[in-house]
Design a protein around this ligand. Sequence first.
Ligand SMILES: [Mn+2]
Length: 208
Amino acid sequence: MTENSPKPGQGRTARLERATSESSVMVEINLDGTGVSNIDTSVPFYDHMLTALSKHSLIDMNIKATGDTHIDAHHTVEDVAISLGEVLKVALGDKAGIRRFGEATIPLDEALANAVVDVSGRPYLVHSGEPAGQEYHLIGGHFTGSLTRHVFEAITLHAQICLHMTVIAGRDPHHIVEAQFKAFARALRSAVEADPRVTGIPSTKGLL
Ligand SMILES: [Mn+2]
């Protein structure tokens, strides 16, 4: 990013078009938005999760994807997550003036998820606590439970952030996924927003 890139709170945006033999993805975001989204990935449950991510992170998201969902939703879901990670990295720029860390514990009825984010510049995911068998549930008839971790892997890897996601409680497979997306949203919101007391890059290394 150039030194002319927007400061936190002033409209940090990024846009990406990514096409492979398996999917075609367009993602644009504004980190300094109000949680307005227009999302059509052709995977309905994933649209629901990404809409929640936008709403509760206050990151505006415009996402359009098509892919080989006649084979499986897997490629399209993963490629959107890769693209979302990429635009997060670009929109964050040099990360000057951000809080850097964010944490949230969010319930959805019986489900409870805790997310801790560090915009560290180093990709790392620690994901635990889903009940046995969650990865095999076919939510909405098309979203395999195993994809939840896969989405967070792709986002953290490509955004170069650290995420610890812990499912503390939950029984309903839909609730267990949605609580995680909402917890991630709120933790990410805190981590990427402006901290008025921070000047420059919030690292003793001087680089994130
Ligand atoms: Mn994969």
